[in-house]
Design a protein around this ligand. Sequence first.
Ligand code: PLP
Length: 477
Amino acid sequence: MTTEEYRQWAHRLVDWTADYYQHLGELPVKSQVKPGDILQQLPSSPPEAPEAMEAIWEDFQSVILPGITHWQHPGFMAYFPASASFPSLLAEMLTASLAAQCMIWDTSPAAAELEELAMNWFRDLLGLPPSWEGVIQSTASEATLCALLTARERATNFHANRHGLQGQPVFRVYASEQIHSSIEKGIKIAGLGSENFVRIGTDEQFALQPEFLEAAIQADLQAGFVPLCIIAGLGTTGSTAVDPLSEIAAIASRHGIWLHVDAAYAGSALLLEEYRPLIEGIELADSFVVNPHKWLLTHFDCSSYFVKDPAALRRTFEILPEYLKTAHDKEVNNYRDWGIPLGRRFRALKLWFVFRAYGRQGLQQMLRSHMSWARNLERKIGEHPDFKLLAPVTFNLLCFRYQPASVPPERWNDLNQAMLSWIQQQGRYYLSHTMLRGKYAIRLVAGNAQQQESDVQGAWNEVLQAAEACLPLYCFA
Ligand code: PLP
């Protein structure tokens, strides 16, 4: 492709993306294809001869696009959002075009220094301790793995890195039974063994019970295990439950246990002063992860990992072959030593564009709107005689179910599952589900970047229609 052809295509695709966002709401939010549909339409071997861009583009539109679920669609309220914004997408064009490999300061000084600056800004926006430092990781799963590995190295005085885990005591990791699955995955990868993951019981709000945590630690100490790490959830995936950080932090500090906070989704709410009490005690924690790629308008991937002791993080990961040595190693941040991969994309650019294009006030305004839409819907659900909220609405996630008296309670789970399928088949809204203490809960997240409150209202009307459509199938005979 010549530079001139590239220019023409780039203009054409930018126009297409602008139209895409303008008309996104008209597409079915969830892809309707069946397994294998996409593969079936594509040749099983790559082309021998070059193909025209026009043909590739044609296939993108006719084959690929129908297999895409539109996460930026105003009807997307499933899982947690993966919000994009135009400033973020514009930065991505530059990141992709520069195609720089930002593994060390020398290979792109601006990328390293902008990452340092963006992480410092973000730390201050969130109200984390001013001495902490941050790094951009691809995902919260990766950040949590870094926390577990650093905790492991601190506990073994960096012995495990050199000699492996042979001869080490059995380490234990603690988190609520509601914590995200990435924690168990990290424990497995870190060589700690998933059997050493101790799941702590939760209260009626699905938050970890500190007295159960203390009891589990005491029992482990008596059994000869070594408590290594506690992971506190700030906004769990199921119901955005918030573990009581200050009490957990006191326990961690008393026993000298690493404390990591998983705030992957809800951490962004800390931009609002009124949510700051949720991190009381944070100065006693060791690490904290929040994903701007979920709620903060910075498209995937961009996860921010903050640590109290950057030297321990670097010592866990650093490795310095001759070919990576530079004259500036002692003066700069070489982020290849702050995590797992060597190669790094210039991800700080999109976060910096977002911070500047929205400012603190713009981001706060967006968060407050989402919270208020959720509160309004919470009220409506609360007022409906046959619907029940199954968890507190702390941020903008609503977990609820339909439980009409005309259906036997043992069929409520099936009824709600059927309603969710019905909603997804209509293609206008995409909600998801979870199980909360054996109850099937419909999950609705009020707020992505393209949404208005009318979309949330529309989704609620769709839920009511789903209830009407599915009720006859489950009523008492
Ligand atoms: N923690 C929580 C609370 C999450 O909700 C998620 C994903 O939704 C994760 C961790 C994992 O995030 P990631 O996909 O960035 O690894």
